[in-house]
Design a protein around this ligand. Structure first.
Ligand code: SF4
Length: 283
């Protein structure tokens, strides 16, 4: 697989709500918080969901206290469950499938997330050995998306996650190591490791943070204005309210649309090609 093909796969993982039966607005539970102005148990439709599965407050979600809905992104899992797994049958027309459809949705979300990470890393310069292993994983994951609901419900996703995480870490370490060498940095590789660090609210404006490992880090409300974040590993990092205005995230690794939607930024923030600039960054 060429790097360009892998990049295309990564970029294609976007939600198409017109092909989904409002699964994120129904299957998932909502807990009242600063992100949601109400509670809703899993498996019940949100009171704002219309009969055609569109949202009646779509243009005012933030103003009405539903900021969380503007952050959520299923990476295209919703339309695959609706149109592939359940062949275009909706839970409204066929209540018999309701329970299984809602159970399959979070499983498909996780599969799509793994596909996104694997495809992304296959678009980087990595070793042939790693690329071979990752290509095999990508094929396995793509096959899973076509399986029936019963098979999907029986999957041991922990096993998949574990083996894929090891490969992703190896690949991102390889990319970061190369970046550090090119920078001719005086710091050694381990000094770039801030995995799971608690840097909430930290003032990092204008810093050169290239090639940092921020795996699972808590960066909530950190000031990263005008920072250089190329080749940074952001997998699983909590980026809520991080200010990325003017920052360079062009080659940051494993950034998701949800992470970016939960952060702040502006027209000058440089984003990877698979990430769209959130509308609330501009207006
Ligand atoms: S407010 Fe709208 S987008 Fe949010 S869960 Fe309800 S219907 Fe879905």
């Amino acid at each position: 697989m060429e790097k360009k093909t892998a990049k295309n796969i990564r970029e294609s993982l976007t939600s198409d709500c017109s092909q989904c039966f409002g699964l994120c607005c129904t299957a998932l539970n909502i807990v009242a918080s600063s992100d949601f102005s109400m509670n809703k148990p899993a498996g019940t439709p949100c009171m704002n969901l219309r009969s055609d599965y569109s949202c009646q407050i779509h243009s005012q979600l933030r103003e009405k206290g539903f900021k969380g809905c503007t952050v959520f992104d299923c990476l295209g899992a919703g339309q695959v469950v609706s149109q592939v797994t359940f062949n275009g049958q909706s839970w409204r027309e066929n209540p018999n499938i309701r329970k299984r459809m809602f159970q399959v949705f979070p499983i498909m979300e996780q599969i799509h997330e793994m596909i996104a990470y694997v495809a992304e890393v296959l678009s980087y310069d990595i070793t042939d050995d790693l690329a071979d292993k990752l290509r095999k994983k990508l094929k396995e994951l793509q096959k899973l998306t076509k399986l029936d609901a019963d098979y999907l419900l029986s999957l041991d996703l922990v096993m998949y996650r574990f083996s894929i995480n090891e490969l992703l870490t190896e690949a991102s370490d390889f990319v970061r190591r190369n970046s550090i060498e090119k920078m001719q940095s005086l710091r050694n590789f381990n000094e770039y490791n801030h995995a799971r660090a608690d840097w909430m609210g930290k003032k990092l404006k204008g810093k050169d943070l290239r090639a940092t490992d921020f795996r699972g880090a808590y960066l909530i409300a950190a000031d990263m204005r005008n920072t250089d974040l190329r080749a940074v590993n952001f997998i699983g990092a909590d980026l809520r309210d991080v200010n990325f205005s003017g920052a360079d995230l062009s080659t940051s690794m494993f950034l998701t649309q949800m992470q970016i939607n939960s952060a702040k930024g502006d027209v000058k923030t440089i984003l990877p090609s698979h990430i769209h600039r959130p509308s609330h960054w501009i207006h």
